[in-house]
Design a binder for this molecule. Structure first.
Ligand code: ZN
Ligand code: ZN
Length: 749
């Protein structure tokens, strides 16, 4: 028999996903000899045997890889046979090439769950059960390549049984790096807030309304029984979290269905290996108290994603509040010492273990849009999976923005976006951010050729980028906020041509020194031209205004009408504000020109009755959206679009909306009419510009497009006009997606 041999190089998500045992079994099945090795590139395989078996091997590898693997490229080269007699798995090597994929954390697989629930299994009830198809990954990795010695599991020496599984190519735990069992792995410990062990039952404590700090995969959670209104209120009070919604963890899908509307696609997303928090429409029949998500018609729901979580539930405990354990605005807490000192006054008990969290990661938050996950926050379960770029670019580091911060590196044809770090004006978040930059930099071994940042002179991220560029002696490239959004949406959809883009959000520093926030662009990565915008209005200077929708509405209505009495009739609570408002309107020192979509939505929310101080970013707009969902389909207000070198959409329709309110129209109808006007006006602008610029493609980005009411109807309307709308697919539409756009623009400067 003539012996052939081949070398196969595979890149993609091929480490930490059971790729080597899979290949081992496949080679044995086909009677091939040779070896496989993890490299910093992915994996390299050598096979020897009959030519037709080698062909079959490659085909099967491509068509049915292991469930968690993702093959990005597979290259085969014919080589000389070396006379191997068997197939084996080689120990990993450290090569100089740095193209690597770190696997994201994976929710418990059905096989492990079965073992966890089986009284006859040696892992019965063991909260850290995992295998090659599930368990912690990114959160425990210290260095490349992904091997047990480079993870925080290195301190646990495997017992003989576990080591046997780990070494046995036929076993599901073959090279499962976090492999553990009750004999050798981490143990669950219940303690008091002072760290002393407590002999009690976790579920009994939850039933008694206690608040527990639970160390999970990428961070600690604060958990309490979601059906216990008193416990939920206590948690809000202790956490000083007024109205920002709490995430929920449901025991199973039935519990989710009881409280939320759930489509099949949503069910798939909820049970996917990433196990994100999914935003679902709350059922009117749900018995959960309004304090979980005050004033909103949605709930953020996830399923258990480690055996430890399954152990928190029983027949009585079916839904838990599971909110990130941090002080409002601070970074996630991951270290035990820190947890005790910072959460001691928030939690009654602690559920901890000795498996160190190396890389913090929040729960990801998504909704289902166009049958795909649409990201609000991208972290655990997705990070640090790379995003394919439209073409290969030089190594670049992009720092993102200051809010909802993430950073990104490019290498080759990919961008790696970091997990979410929160807002950088919080010093501790900034420290965590810098730690993340250091980790990714070392892990990816990339030497950026340039550093990209926002043009905002006051941004902490801009200052960091400037210092970093100096340190590396590479150019600093500044990218306007909304142009970065534009490029991000293009790259997210792998577009590489001139298109239109609509970017709507709260605040971004415009190129003319005013505030931008509702902009239409035409262009590509090389050149982006502003071709449309919301007509600017005067907005009180400073960041404080984002907290006061009532003031924003007063300013807008007063500048439209110059009629105090009428403004007061629309906004009964604004009387004490009016003297300030009158001074502000028309004063260039007290106000700044702005086309911020966020502020327009704030004003509309206030007209609809949401006049309280905003307690979390986007609250007013979210309340407004929730109101709109309760309305039947409605007619828009009349609006006007002014043509010119930059097309301007007038916001004067707020006047008609306010009049509508004075007629006694219900808030939900006002909200729906406002939304519909906004949607129709944007669509009309886009269609006019599409003709002018001869394109039928338009991308959307910016925080405003987290609004489900807007995106669903906007997408439908544009498709009906034969215009193809592109929304974000892999990175959030909010500022967490900025870094990707900065990369693409920097790559083309
Ligand atoms: Zn498993
Ligand atoms: Zn063991």
């Amino acid at each position: 028999m003539k012996r052939s041999a081949a070398e196969i190089k595979v890149t993609g998500i091929v480490q930490g996903v059971g790729f080597r045992p899979h290949v081992y079994r496949l080679a044995n099945k086909l009677g091939l000899a040779g070896w496989i090795i993890n490299t910093t590139n992915g994996v390299t395989i050598r096979v020897e045997g009959r030519a037709k078996d080698i062909k079959g091997f490659v085909r099967e590898l491509q068509t049915s890889p292991p469930p968690l693997a993702y093959i990005e490229s597979l290259r085969t080269k014919k080589i000389q046979p070396e006379g191997y007699s068997a197939f084996f798995i080689q120990k990993s090597s450290q090569s100089l090439d740095a193209d690597i994929s770190i696997p994201p954390d994976v929710g418990t697989c059905p096989d492990c769950l079965k073992e966890y629930n089986d009284p006859n299994n040696r892992r019965y009830g063991y909260p850290f059960t995992n295998c090659v198809n599930c368990g912690p990954r990114f959160s425990i990795i210290r260095a490349s390549p992904y091997d047990r010695k480079n993870t925080s599991m290195n301190v646990f020496k495997m017992c003989a049984d576990c080591a046997g599984e780990y070494e046995d190519p036929a076993n599901r735990r073959f090279h499962a790096e976090p492999n553990a069992c009750p004999t050798c792995g981490p143990q669950l410990l219940l303690t008091l807030p002072d760290g002393r062990a407590y002999n009690g039952d976790i579920r009994a404590l939850l039933k008694a309304g206690k608040i527990l700090a639970v160390k999970g995969i990428g961070a600690y959670h604060l958990a309490c029984d979601a059906k216990n209104d008193k416990a939920v209120r206590l948690l809000r009070k202790r956490k000083k979290r007024q109205t920002k919604p709490f995430a929920l963890m449901c025991r199973d899908l039935d519990v989710v269905r009881k409280n939320c509307e759930l489509s099949l696609k949503e069910e798939e997303l909820l049970t996917s290996p990433a196990r994100p928090i999914l935003l679902l429409k709350k059922r009117q029949t749900s018995m959960l108290c309004d304090e979980i998500a005050p004033g909103l018609d949605t709930l953020g729901v996830m399923l258990p994603y480690t055996p430890l979580h399954y152990g928190l539930f029983d027949d009585d405990i079916s839904i838990l509040v599971m909110t990130s354990a941090n002080i409002s605005g601070d970074p996630l807490i991951i270290a035990e010492k820190e947890a005790y000192s910072k959460l001691g006054f928030l939690a009654d008990f602690f559920v901890v273990n000795k498996r160190e969290i190396v890389n913090r990661a929040d729960d990801s938050v998504v909704m289902l849009f166009m049958d795909m996950p649409y990201f609000i926050r991208r972290a655990r379960g997705y990070v640090p999976r790379g995003i394919c770029l439209p073409y290969k670019v030089e190594p670049i580091f992009a720092v993102g923005g200051d809010l909802k911060s993430t950073f990104a590196y490019t290498y080759d044809k990919k961008a790696v976006i970091s997990q979410y770090f929160g807002d950088l004006d919080n010093l501790e978040n900034f420290e965590a951010f810098k730690e993340g930059v250091r980790f990714f930099g070392e892990f990816l071994q990339i030497k950026p050729q340039s550093v990209a940042c926002d043009i905002h002179p006051g941004y902490i991220s801009t200052r960091f980028a400037s210092a970093y560029a100096k340190e590396l002696s590479v150019p600093l490239i500044k990218v306007q906020h909304h142009k970065a959004h534009f490029a991000s949406a293009m790259a997210d959809n792998a577009l590489n041509e001139s298109v239109l883009g609509v970017i709507c959000d709260g605040t971004g520093y415009g190129e003319d020194g005013t505030i931008w926030g509702c902009e239409v662009f035409h262009g590509n990565y090389q050149e982006i031209k502003r071709v449309g915008s919301l007509e600017s209005f005067l907005q009180p200077r400073g960041d404080e205004i984002i907290k006061y929708p009532l003031q924003m509405a007063s300013v807008l209505l007063y500048s439209l009408w110059k009629d105090e009495d009428k403004v007061m009739r629309v906004l009964p609570g604004c009387k004490r504000l009016l003297p300030f408002v009158k001074a502000q309107v028309g004063s260039k020192t007290l106000c700044i020109e702005s086309s911020s979509c966020g502020r327009l939505f704030d004003a509309a929310a206030a007209i609809c009755g949401f006049t309280a101080m905003v307690s979390y970013e986007g609250e007013a707009a979210m309340r407004l959206e929730s109101l709109a969902h309760y309305s039947p389909e409605v007619e828009p207000y009349s609006y006007s679009i002014h043509e010119g070198s930059i097309m301007r959409l007038s916001w004067g329709f707020l006047s008609e909306m306010a009049d509508d309110k004075l007629q006694g129209t219900e808030a939900s109808i006002l909200a729906a009419r406002f939304h519909t006007t906004f949607i129709n006006a944007l669509a009309e602008m886009v269609s006019k510009l599409a003709v002018k610029y001869k394109t039928d493609k338009v991308v959307f980005s910016g925080g405003t497009f987290q609004n489900c009411f807007v995106i669903k109807r906007l997408a439908e309307r544009l498709k009906a006009m034969d215009i193809m709308p592109y929304f974000h697919r892999q990175v959030p539409t909010n500022d967490s997606g900025l870094a990707l756009g900065q990369l693409m623009i920097a790559a083309n400067r």
